[in-house]
Design a binder for this molecule. Sequence first.
Ligand code: GLU
Length: 312
Amino acid sequence: MNEQITAPVVGRFAPTPSARLHLGNLMCALVAWLSARSQGGRILLRVEDLDAVRCPFMGENTRYMLDDLAWLGLTFDGEVLYQSARSEIYEIYFERLREQGLIYPCYCSRAELHATTAPHLSDNTPIYDRRCLVRAARGQAPPTGRRPAFRVMVPDREMCVQDRLAGTYCENLLRDCSDFVVRRADGVFAYQLAVVVDDALSGVSEVVRGNDLLFSTPRQMYLQERLGFAAPHYAHIPLLVDANGRRLSKRDGDGCMENVRAKYKTAAPVLGALAAALGLIDAPESVTLADLLPLFDAQKLPRDTVKLPDGF
Ligand code: GLU
């Protein structure tokens, strides 16, 4: 018999609790959850509270987040992982990159970096011109009195992700992105390293997240390659917009879970609105997660924007 054994899917939701969850975050959680569960897989929750200043451990936003997820009925497998408790693990993989000769210190301040006329990445960080690497190669001393950040050196090579929703997305690692920070000057490990290590060590096989992170994916795939990790499958979900196609405005509190919960009282109409926006049901009606599970089909998901129903 030619029976193929495939490992169960492991998905995850990995929010940064720097603010209260937003309907856009909830939509990503919902799709990640439905995708994993509808394939009989597991879904993990990881709190990306690396930055203790913006996200104090078990602070108000984290507590609200756990409560908002529970309100929606989303349950997760295993223990919740807190990145703030995992620095020693990131250190091991940071050292592995260093042993490969890929890490160098960067003394540039934010102001110096932003003063460059180099093109910027979509998160507004400039493409690094390697000035600290060049200075070290010339034997010049670094500036005194500054703690360095650490960058990982990237090759002049194309890296492509075959994304299940966004299609093929490629970047030349050096030209389109350049050496990126894996450890900040304050010692905190950067998101790019932590996310790669955590996904790999948790056995994550499917990453479903917002489209704003598509441009980070080639960098993460590069780290996976250097650290000997298999790349998960990726699905980047388009932005959630209102019925007029406008971005939900955080300033006006659009989509903030505090307002959503005050208005709707129960999760069913909210799930219905998200499911309709995602093309899983025809009209926004009250639904449960159990109703949605058999309807989930990644092929039906919108590729452009996810539009909330009128009046929601
Ligand atoms: N923590 C990130 C965020 O909230 C998401 C990380 C990821 O899904 O890879 O934007």
